[in-house]
Design a protein around this ligand. Structure first.
Ligand SMILES: *[C@@H]1O[C@H](CO)[C@@H](O)[C@H](O)[C@H]1NC(C)=O
Ligand SMILES: *[C@@H]1O[C@H](CO)[C@@H](O)[C@H](O)[C@H]1NC(C)=O
Ligand SMILES: *[C@@H]1O[C@H](CO)[C@@H](O)[C@H](O)[C@H]1NC(C)=O
Ligand SMILES: *[C@@H]1O[C@H](CO)[C@@H](O)[C@H](O)[C@H]1NC(C)=O
Ligand SMILES: *[C@@H]1O[C@H](CO)[C@@H](O)[C@H](O)[C@H]1NC(C)=O
Ligand SMILES: *[C@@H]1O[C@H](CO)[C@@H](O)[C@H](O)[C@H]1NC(C)=O
Ligand SMILES: *[C@@H]1O[C@H](CO)[C@@H](O)[C@H](O)[C@H]1NC(C)=O
Ligand SMILES: *[C@@H]1O[C@H](CO)[C@@H](O)[C@H](O)[C@H]1NC(C)=O
Length: 811
């Protein structure tokens, strides 16, 4: 007990997900799979919910009456490939829902019956029954559809018991057959009968009875050596009451003569579709092919697949002609290593020919053939080489579908092609076609598969394929999408796995009807050129097949492996026109801003001031000791008109003294020697001062300047470039206001060699800085040369005259 319980744990248990999720508990599906586990007993403790139980490929040899009692929901039970010898169907009496029971490949000898009314599928094939395990109870299982049987003896009396069952499939899996009572099988009422023949049985008897039994007859394991040996054939060739229209033979190994007899037999039966799979034949030929009777056949289709020849000495032609002379519509001979096919010289009824996977060569088309009804020709995977030959062959047919894939086909430019106007679909994939193939295509073509060839471009001068709807050019060497000028109705294009770096968008303009495009897995170069294509891919997701997983950048290296969808190419960096416009706009804005500043913020004044300031510093650095040798006592001498004295007292002087308060200023008040003339005093003052400041205003020009003009005109210190004088323009002086005799002043004014007092208070900072820079040069050096002299403080009373000299301090 412990043993089996522990084993049951290893059975894989699968719950059908949908079932568990949505259904009521009693409707849930549970699969317990204990297949291939070397079980000797049915495991106990199976879940009562189990609906499917697989116990196949184990070592079970006996079933207990209680084995399946717990799994009352069981529907599917497989016990095949075990060693069960006895079976009491009553074991399943509690499994009322059981519909599928497989007991094939056991060692059953006896069955004790019990009617399982619900059973649909019961398989007892490949067991060791002596007689068929059939009794009345089976006849009462009215739902039975598929019944698998076996038995060494097949008798009418046994089959009779199920003659009232209307079965779908009867499967006779026989290990041995020692006795067959003729006429047993036709008693069955079934749509399909499948017989797996044992060795040493009489094939002909079973075939004949089988053909009288069901619409579909399948016979497997036909072995010429054992099953055909001792049978007189002639009488068997005529069969009455034949029912079979579809005959399938599987795993057939025969002498050619026996195969010929089977064909002759089938030819005159009711068979319309005859298929042989896995056929091997060979041997000597004794029968005369010319006596083959093709007449009175209802056969329409013959299909031979996986054919092997043994060494044999039948003329090949006879073999080919046996099939092609048969008055049928469809013929398939595939996987047969067949090097050639011959057709009769008269017109045949063939509509469908399939010679796939053979070794056919161009020789196939060398003899004229008449296949006026041919609609489908499949020559896939052969050794054909010349495309134009195929076209001439096809011209004499009414071909619609042509499959020439997996050959060695090529087309030379100088060869002519003639296609029937009926041709609508061609498969030319996996050949050696180059661009020239486009010169040899039927104008009626609608579906064209050219994948896996050597096409580099779709040439411009091809014929117009106005019906073409579907074109497959995958796995070629194209470097761009083809335009649609030659196939205006194209709606599906596959061009994946080519060499397209950046598809041109002309395609989308000329190919307006394209609904599906597969351009994936090309080595895309993700630069600006690809931008529109990417946009298109994103916009039309339904159109681009497998967007975006198959569309991946190959170049540039830094983007390799990125999906096109994820590549960011900004409009600005890609659109030259836009870039230019943007630059122009930016420049315009900057220009306007500059002009605005220029006009409203008086930039020229600032520039001039800055220019002067730098010049001053430059000069200061160059000022030599020699220049300072003058016997100076004051830093500055200020000359101004009485009219401007307020400004001088309250603006100029305080601002000059702000810097350490150490500037010595010569003013008229207090510094003038009353014993000398005014002019003398002034000159004295100028000469004793390091710099002279003239506060210019119209008043000053009129009342004061006269005293200096003459002096300046003759004194060497005051040439134009001299920096000993500093002119401050307090108010604008129009040039015409300056009297002509003041030539010196005029030159100075023209040169703009003055500091302009700004009306705007905000600008004053710069003005003072500039002025101080002009004066405050090398103060220390000057101070060292100063003699210690004390002057009285500047007092209010002494301010009467226009010029005063102040010697404040000299540290
Ligand atoms: C049980 O498992 C085997 C392989 O282990 C598989 O072939 C078989 O189909 C499974 N049976 C069922 C009912 O799923
Ligand atoms: C059973 O299992 C063995 C190994 O475990 C494996 O070789 C064999 O193919 C399996 N048989 C079937 C029918 O699954
Ligand atoms: C078969 O079913 C019929 C009625 O459905 C019944 O009368 C008969 O006894 C059943 N036979 C057997 C052998 O169970
Ligand atoms: C066989 O079964 C079908 C229904 O499947 C029925 O129509 C037909 O009459 C049956 N034939 C015989 C001979 O009982
Ligand atoms: C022949 O084959 C074609 C294509 O497979 C099919 O459409 C047609 O029905 C077949 N004809 C017969 C008589 O089987
Ligand atoms: C084409 O068919 C005609 C008769 O329909 C026949 O005479 C001629 O030989 C055929 N030509 C080829 C190339 O098969
Ligand atoms: C092709 O077929 C058409 C009509 O069947 C015929 O007129 C033409 O001559 C044929 N061409 C060749 C080269 O056989
Ligand atoms: C053409 O043939 C190839 C291989 O033989 C096949 O994979 C492909 O699907 C076929 N194309 C069409 C359009 O049927």
């Amino acid at each position: 007990m412990r043993y089996t319980r522990s084993i049951s744990i290893f059975c894989s248990i699968i719950m059908s997900v949908h079932g568990w999720a949505s259904k009521l508990p009693e409707e849930r599906e549970l699969t317990t799979n204990c297949s291939n586990m070397s079980l000797r007993k049915v495991p106990s403790g199976l879940s009562p919910a189990t609906t499917t139980l697989d116990l196949s490929y184990n070592l079970l040899f006996q079933l207990q009456s209680s084995d399946f009692r717990s799994v009352s929901k069981l529907k599917f039970l497989s016990l095949c490939h075990n060693r069960i010898q006895e079976l009491d169907i009553k074991t399943f009496e509690f499994n009322k829902e059981l519909t599928y029971l497989d007991l094939s490949y056991n060692r059953l000898k006896t069955v004790t019956w019990y009617s399982l009314k619900g059973l649909r599928h019961l398989d007892l094939s490949f067991n060791d029954f002596d007689t068929m395990p059939i009794c009345e109870e089976v006849g009462n299982m009215s739902h039975l559809e598929t019944l698998g049987l076996s038995g060494a003896k097949i008798r009418k009396s046994d089959i009779q018991k199920i003659s009232y069952l209307h079965l779908n499939t009867v499967f006779l899996g026989l290990r041995t057959l020692s006795y067959y009572e003729e006429g047993s099988l036709p008693i069955l009422n079934t749509t399909k009968l499948h017989i797996v023949l044992p060795m040493n049985t009489n094939f002909w008897v079973l075939l004949r009875d089988g053909i009288k039994t069901s619409k579909i007859l399948e016979v497997t394991n036909i072995d010429g050596k054992n099953q055909f040996a001792s049978y007189e054939t002639q009488q068997s060739l005529i069969v009455e009451n034949s029912k079979t229209s579809i005959l399938l033979l599987n795993k057939v190994d025969l002498l050619w003569d026996d195969l010929l007899l089977i064909f002759q037999f089938v030819c005159h039966a009711s068979v319309e579709y005859f298929q042989i799979q896995h056929l091997t034949f060979g041997g000597k030929v004794y029968l005369d092919h010319n006596s083959f009777d093709y007449s009175n056949t209802v056969m329409r289709t013959i299909k031979l697949e996986h054919v092997h020849f043994r060494i044999f000495n039948i003329p090949q032609e006879s073999v080919y002609l046996l099939f092609t002379k048969m008055d049928i519509e469809n013929l398939t001979i595939s996987d047969a290593q067949m090097p050639h096919v011959l057709f009769p010289t008269y017109p045949t009824r063939f509509q469908y020919l399939n010679f796939a996977n053979n070794v056919l060569t161009d020789d196939l088309f060398k003899k004229p053939v008449q296949l006026p009804h041919l609609k489908t020709l499949i020559l896939k995977n052969n050794k054909l080489e010349t495309f134009s030959l195929v076209s001439c062959f096809a011209n004499n047919t009414s071909l619609k579908h042509l499959d020439l894939s997996q050959n060695l086909l090529q087309h030379e430019n100088d060869e002519n092609c003639f296609w029937p106007e009926t041709l609508i679909a061609m498969n030319l994939s996996c050949n050696k076609f180059a661009d020239s193939v486009f010169r040899c295509l039927p104008t009626s073509i609608q579906i064209l598969d050219l994948n896996n060839n050597k096409i580099q471009t779709v040439p411009k001068e091809i014929i117009h394929l106005n019906s073409l709807q579907e074109l497959n050019l995958a796995f070629n060497f194209l470097t761009d999408l083809p335009g649609c000028s030659h196939f205006r109705r194209l709606s599906i294009l596959n061009i994946e796995m080519n060499l397209i770096l950046s598809p041109s968008l002309d395609f989308f303009q000329s190919c307006r009807e394209v609904k599906t495009l597969n351009a994936g897995r090309n080595p895309f170069r993700c630069t600006c050129e690809l931008r529109d294509f990417i946009q298109l891919g994103k916009r039309s997701e339904g159109m681009m097949v497998r967007w975006s997983d198959s569309y991946i950048c190959k170049y540039p290296l830094k983007l390799k492996g990125t999906r096109l969808k994820d590549v960011y190419l900004p409009e600005l960096s890609c659109n030259t026109a836009l870039l230019i416009v943007t630059i122009v706009i930016i420049m315009l804005v900057l220009g306007t801003a500059t002009a605005f500043c220029y006009m409203h913020l008086d930039i020229p004044w600032y520039l001039r001031m800055l220019g002067q300031w730098t010049q001053t510093w430059h000069r200061v650095r160059k000022t030599t000791q020699e220049q300072l040798q003058r016997n100076v006592q004051f830093h500055v001498f200020i000359s101004y008109s009485e009219h401007d004295s307020a400004w001088v007292k309250h603006e100029l002087i305080p601002n000059l003294e702000k810097e350490d308060g150490s500037v010595s200023i010569c003013l008229r008040e207090g510094n003038f020697d009353p014993g000398k003339s005014v002019a003398e005093n002034i000159l004295n003052c100028i000469e004793k001062s390091y710099k002279s400041i003239f506060v210019l205003s119209p008043n000053f020009v009129q009342s004061e300047w006269g005293q200096y003009e003459l002096y300046f005109a003759h004194h060497h210190l005051f040439h134009e470039t001299s920096d000993y004088i500093i002119l401050i323009l307090l108010e604008p002086i129009p040039l015409y206001c300056i009297p002509t005799r003041y030539a010196k002043l005029k030159t100075l004014m023209e040169k703009k060699a003055y500091l302009e007092w700004p009306k705007d208070r905000r600008k004053c900072g710069l003005f003072w800085a500039n002025l101080r820079a002009a004066i405050n040069v090398n103060l220390l050096e000057i101070r060292e040369m100063c003699e210690l002299q004390t002057f009285p403080e500047l007092n209010e009373e002494s301010r009467g005259s226009a010029i005063s000299l102040i010697r404040t301090d000299c540290l």
